[in-house]
Design a protein. Structure first.
Lengths: 220, 92
C-alpha cells in the first residue's frame, strides 16, 4: 500500500503531510508524557520486526500479493502513540533507502499505515471489555487489524482517486472498489498474522503487550 | 536486554528463511494501478537499495538478505535513538 511518487497530486501530498505531522506532534507529546525509558528496547526491536515482516509478501488471489503492515500489532505492543512513531520510522527508512513509498507521498503513507494502524488500538480497547478473557481480546485484535488495512486502503483509494493520474482513469468510482476488494483480502492475511503473533506473545511473553496496560494504567 | 537480542536474532533468521518464499506479485495498490494501465514513474529518488537489493551484488538472495539485514539494523538504530530522545531518563 506504499504510494510511490507520481501517483498523488501536489495538493493531496501537502494536505496529507499537514494531517500526518499533526498526528506525529500529538503522538510525540503523548509518548513524552507517559512512556518510560524501559520501553525503548521494545520500541526498537518491534520496529525492526515490522520492517522485516513488510519485506515478506504473501500471495493472495488473481496474481496479487500483500504483506503485513503491522500497525495494529505495534499498537498492542507499544500503545497507539509509540506505534505511530515506530511505523513512521519504518516508512521513512523504506522511502529513504529502499525506494518503497515516495518522498512527496510520505505524508499520505504515514497517515494510511502509521496513523490508522496506531489508532486501530482504540477499537481493540473499546471492544475488549475484559482483557483477561483472551478469546474476546484476540477476536478484537483480528477485527482491528483487518479494519486497519481496509480503512488504510479506503483512504488510499480516495487519495489516488482524486489525483489526476487516476481521476483520468475513472477516479474514485474505480479506485475505491478496487482498493477495497484487494485489501479486504490482504487484510485477512494481516489479521491472521497479527492474531497469531499476539496470541503467541500473550502466552509466552505477556509482559511485552504494553498497549492495554499503558492506556489503562496511565491515561485513564 | 538479552531477550531483545534473542528476538533480533530470531527476526534475522526468519528473514533469511522466508525471503525465498516472498511473493514478487504486485501488491494491492500496484495491481489497481496496473489494471488501470497506470505505470509507476521511475522515481527521482531511488534510494541506495531500490527494491530491497544491493545494486553491486548479483546473487538475488544474498543481495536481498543483505539489504534486509541493513534495513533491520537501520530501523533498530533509528527507533532506539528516537526512543532515547523522546523519553525522560529514570521515569518509571
Amino acid at each position: 500500500m506504499h504510494i510511490p511518487d507520481g501517483f498523488l497530486s501536489p495538493e493531496i501530498c501537502a494536505l496529507m503531510y499537514v494531517i500526518s505531522i499533526a498526528f506525529l506532534v500529538w503522538s510525540w507529546k503523548k509518548v513524552r508524557a507517559t512512556y518510560s525509558r524501559s520501553l525503548v528496547p521494545l520500541l526498537a526491536v518491534s520496529s525492526a520486526f515490522v520492517f522485516a515482516a513488510q519485506m515478506i509478501n504473501f500471495p493472495i488471489v488473481y496474481g496479487t500479493s500483500g504483506h503485513l503492515v503491522g500497525g495494529t500489532f505495534l499498537s498492542i505492543l507499544l500503545g497507539p502513540y509509540a506505534a505511530i512513531m515506530s511505523m513512521t520510522i519504518v516508512l521513512m527508512m523504506q522511502a529513504l533507502f529502499f525506494a518503497d513509498g515516495g518522498l512527496f507521498t510520505f505524508g499520505a503513507n504515514i497517515f494510511n499505515m502509521a496513523v490508522i494502524g496506531g489508532l486501530s488500538f482504540f477499537l481493540v480497547k473499546i471492544l475488549t471489555k475484559n482483557p483477561k478473557r483472551s478469546g474476546r481480546f484476540l477476536a478484537t485484535v483480528f477485527a482491528a487489524s483487518w479494519l486497519s488495512v481496509v480503512l488504510g486502503a479506503l483512504v488510499c483509494g480516495l487519495q489516488i482517486g482524486f489525483s489526476p493520474v487516476f481521476s483520468d482513469a475513472g477516479g474514485i468510482t474505480v479506485t475505491l472498489p478496487a482498493m477495497l476488494f484487494w485489501h479486504a483480502l490482504i487484510g485477512l492475511g494481516e489479521a491472521a498474522i497479527t492474531t497469531t503473533l499476539v496470541s503467541q506473545l500473550h502466552r509466552l511473553q505477556p509482559a511485552v503487550l504494553n498497549g492495554l496496560a499503558i492506556l489503562r494504567g496511565r491515561l485513564e | 536486554m538479552k531477550r531483545y537480542l534473542e528476538a533480533l536474532i530470531l527476526i534475522l533468521i526468519a528473514l533469511a528463511v522466508l525471503i525465498p518464499f516472498a511473493s514478487n506479485l504486485p501488491d494491492g495498490l500496484e495491481k489497481v494501478a496496473e489494471s488501470l494501465g497506470i505505470e509507476e514513474y521511475s522515481p527521482t529518488w531511488t534510494g541506495l537499495m531500490p527494491d530491497y537489493a544491493l545494486p553491486t551484488i548479483e546473487d538475488p538472495y544474498i543481495s536481498t538478505l543483505l539489504a534486509g539485514t541493513l534495513g533491520v539494523l537501520l530501523v533498530l538504530g533509528v527507533a532506539f535513538m528516537l526512543g532515547i530522545a523522546i523519553t525522560k531518563p529514570n521515569k518509571q
